[in-house]
Structures are given as C-alpha cells and as structure tokens.
Design a protein around this ligand. Structure first.
Ligand code: AMP
Length: 273
C-alpha cells in the first residue's frame, strides 16, 4: 500500500491511471463500517483509494474536533489488511489555505435535521468532499447510509455540479446488539452504551409497526420518542428518499432518521424502508 500525503503528489501519481478507481473518504478511527465501504469498493473497482482527513470545517466551535478519536497506526494496518492500494493522508494545510473558496449547502435540505443544530456543518462536508473528489477523480465514491443526510447532499452536489463520479450508498454496519458502528461510540461509557441501544431499538420498533401495516408518521414518531426517552432527542423524522417529510411511510421510498445525545455524544441512526 502506498501512503501519499499531498494532493499534488497524488494527482501526479494518478496522472496516467486508466483503471477504475473506488474512493472512500473517511475521518479515520476506522471500524467495520468503514471496512464494508472498502470491501464494496474492492469488488467494483481495479484500484482502491482511502483518505483519512479530519476535516476541521465540518466541526462547529465547541464540537469534538480536538478530542475526535485518532488511531493513525491502526488505521494504516486496517487499510493494508483490506487491500487498499493508496492511503491519502493529508494534513489540514495540504487541503485548506487561509483565504478559501467554499461551497454552501442548499438552503432547505442543508438546514434541516442535522443542519438545524449544526448550521455550517454541511458547508464543510460538501467543500471537503468536492476537494477530495477533485484530487482523486474516482470512478465511484462510497458513502454510508448511516449518514443519510450527508449522502443525500453529496448526491445532490454531484448531480447539480454535473460531476461524473458515481456515488455508491452502502448499508449501515451494526454491532450484534443493533448499535450502529460509529467512531464516536468510543466516547460512550459502558452504561451510556446500554442507553444508546434505545436508538436502534426505536428504529426496529418503527419497522415492526410498518410491517404490521401502521404507516402513519405521527404514530410511528410518537412510539419512537417513547422508546427513546429520556435521551436528549434532536430529531425523529420520517422522510421520502428526496428528503421531504411525509405523513405516511411509503414502502421502498422512506427513511426514518433519529439523532439523539447520550451524555455529550450525539449519535445518528436511520432505517431505509
Ligand atoms: P466518517 O469517518 O465518520 O466520516 O465516515 C466515513 C464514511 O463511513 C461515511 O461515508 C460514513 O457514512 C461511513 N460509515 C460510518 N459508519 C458507518 C457504518 N456503521 N456503516 C456503514 N458506513 C458507515
């Protein structure tokens, strides 16, 4: 595995590359969720590139940028073992300068749900993803369905900016007991980890209601809020795949999303029905 740290070096290295490229952008502290994206990319492409870049512009002041888990050596080993061809490991100064052009998230879809409590978050996400896609020029880029709003906005950006990369959505990987894998799970105490299970339990219960034919969004959300209490809930929402609120679940076209805090840790999860 080749490790490259600057955009110029990576662009130069890929200059005459004709093979298909699968790209997985990450912020490191890799887990089985990231590994499933890498595996999918390995299946579908001849060359696989992973980036590890803790993107400062998607963190708001006071968020966990400084204490975000860092596992550089373990991450390198994981990438090597997974058969990654190139690990792109830039520093902040390699990606950002002091006077920057940047992207703005769409005024509606970028400022609901996670964007409501983290107003500039998706500007940072879209800007860095645009930069990384331009550096790597991949055939396909892989994103987790776990970050459904991020996936939706990146797909929108690629469409609206007429970019030629294919965005591939990958299912959420969970622990055996249902907890969605996340680098932030490392912040949870054993007791908080048990509390956090309420999130996946609420989604399982919502799925069971839908399977019983209960499609009314209000009823489903009320039931989920009951299961989630007393967690600090940021939102429980039922949307269609275009990310518009719907009053009834449409099978094959719906996403139920939750964000709740356990202690100081904000956790996201969702189910696609
Ligand atoms: P992050 O390092 O948290 O920015 O995540 C990098 C990519 O991995 C994003 O596309 C995430 O959606 C995806 N990802 C994170 N957790 C999971 C998971 N449990 N299952 C599948 N993909 C995930």
């Amino acid at each position: 595995m080749k490790i490259i740290s600057t955009p110029i070096e990576l662009k130069e290295y890929l200059k005459n590359e004709n093979r298909s490229i699968g790209f997985i952008p990450t912020m490191g502290a890799l887990h089985e969720g990231h590994i499933s994206l890498i595996k999918k990319a390995k299946e579908q492409n001849e060359l696989v590139i992973v980036s590890i870049f803790l993107n400062p512009t998607q963190f708001l002041r006071g968020e966990d940028l400084d204490k975000y888990p860092k596992k550089d050596e373990a991450d390198k080993q994981i990438c090597k073992l997974c058969g990654v061809d190139i690990l792109f490991f830039p520093k902040t100064d390699d990606i950002y300068s002091s006077d920057e052009v940047s992207l703005l998230a769409p005024k509606v879809r970028g400022y609901v749900l996670e964007g409501e409590s983290r107003p500039s978050h998706f500007n940072g996400v879209l800007t860095v993803v645009m930069k990384l896609l331009n550096i790597v020029s991949p055939t396909r880029a892989y994103f987790g369905k776990k970050d459904a709003q991020q996936l939706n906005l990146i797909s929108l950006m690629v469409k609206q900016f007429f970019m030629s990369v294919e965005i591939v959505a990958v299912d959420t990987v969970r622990e055996k007991d249902g907890l969605a894998l996340s680098s932030r799970n490392a912040y949870l105490t054993p007791l908080q980890r048990v509390e956090a299970l309420k999130i996946s339990t609420s989604l399982r219960s919502a799925t069971a209601m839908v399977m019983r034919g209960i499609l009314d969004s209000e009823l489903i959300v009320a039931n989920m809020r009951e299961i989630l209490s007393p967690l600090d809930i940021s939102y429980v929402a039922i949307l269609n795949r275009e990310f518009t609120q719907i009053s009834k679940v449409e099978l094959g076209n719906s996403v139920i999303l939750v964000e709740a805090s356990v202690g100081n840790t904000r956790l996201l999860d969702n189910i696609w029905l």
